[in-house]
Ligand binder design. Structure first.
Ligand code: CAA
Length: 281
């Protein structure tokens, strides 16, 4: 199987790694709008695999073979994939334009499946007007480690596409959960308001950052507290998802915390910007 991953950021490179580690995958095209962005994604994969080699969980030869499957470039290199997974920016027009370009000008395989890793946008709307309807294939960060894939059917997604993506997800060693389209799907509908609530708790002075995270880690056995997880996911992503939940439902329970909006405006996005609730090197 050949897979094209569009977008070589945190999610795109993690998804590309997950596919490259799978024996059934021969090539992963890791694409971005600039060659250096795509190459940066491949370097992250090499670094991650290097950690596994160091821990003696993988041989250097196996790591080299995985990295060799990853070809980087602009979207135009993805001429013959069996599956496209789009992990570009969470902007509707960008996603729509990306699929249109791939379907009309680049991909020659008529049976190619087109999937989006969107974390909350409408699959039906992304796919509207396209020759081939799309499906949601939602991975979780860090994609090589997290076991879940939400498989999201839009209004026009054919049943056979859903069945094939469920099979592919299992081949990857992941557990697929089929979800009907709705804002935030299952996980983000529940998780992102939890992070937002953690920010409200902090902004109301109920406890400090470490206190809130420690309480939720030890009180609920969560691997990360809500503020640490917000930093990890990216506070801009958290805000964008809260805004989608609110705009689609108009339910005040989904209103974003003012402090979250202020931090995003200030560029304090978490791990990726070096500062969020915590500081990173
Ligand atoms: N890429 C690849 N592998 C990674 C990784 C990364 N970025 N980060 C950690 N790992 C691997 C490590 O190599 C290690 O592998 P081994 O067990 O084989 O050695 C394993 O994951 C555990 O890592 P660590 O020992 O370094 O650290 P940890 O035990 O603290 O686990 C964690 C790290 C897996 C990230 C854990 O803290 C965790 O599960 N956090 C919560 C993550 C979460 O909730 N993700 C979902 C976010 S929501 C989302 O993604 C959806 C959305 O649309 C916003």
């Amino acid at each position: 199987m050949k897979v094209a991953v569009i977008g070589a950021g945190t999610m795109g490179s993690g998804i590309a790694q997950a596919f490259a580690q799978c024996d059934a995958v021969e090539t992963v095209y890791l694409c971005d709008i600039k060659q250096e962005f795509a190459d940066g994604g491949k370097s992250k994969i090499e670094k991650n695999l290097g950690r596994l080699v160091k821990k003696e969980k993988m041989t250097q030869e196996a790591a080299d073979a995985i990295v060799a499957k990853v070809k980087t470039g602009l979207n135009t290199i993805a001429t013959d994939p069996d599956l496209v997974v789009e992990a570009a920016l969470e902007v509707m027009d960008i996603k729509k334009a990306c699929f249109k370009e791939l379907q009309e000008n680049i991909v020659k395989n008529p049976d190619c499946i087109y999937a989006s890793n969107t974390s909350s946008l409408s699959i039906t709307e992304i796919g509207a007007g396209l020759k081939t309807p799309i499906i949601g294939m939602h991975f979780f960060n860090p994609a090589p480690v997290m076991k879940l894939i939400e498989v999201i059917s839009g209004a026009n997604t054919p049943k056979e596409t859903t069945e094939k993506v469920i099979e592919i997800s299992k081949t990857l060693g992941k557990t697929p959960v089929q979800v009907n389209e709705a804002p935030g799907f299952v996980v983000n509908r529940i998780l992102i308001p939890l992070i937002n609530e953690g920010i409200f708790v902090y902004s109301e002075g109920i406890s400090d950052i470490e206190g809130i995270d420690t309480a939720m880690k030890l009180g609920c056995n969560h691997p990360m507290g809500p503020l640490e997880l917000g930093d990890y996911v990216g506070l801009d992503i958290v805000l964008a998802i809260m805004d989608v939940l609110y705009n689609e439902t108009k339910d005040s329970k989904y209103r974003a915390c003012g402090l979250l909006r202020k931090m995003v405006r200030a560029g304090h996005l978490g791990v990726k910007s070096g500062i969020g609730f915590y500081k990173y090197n």
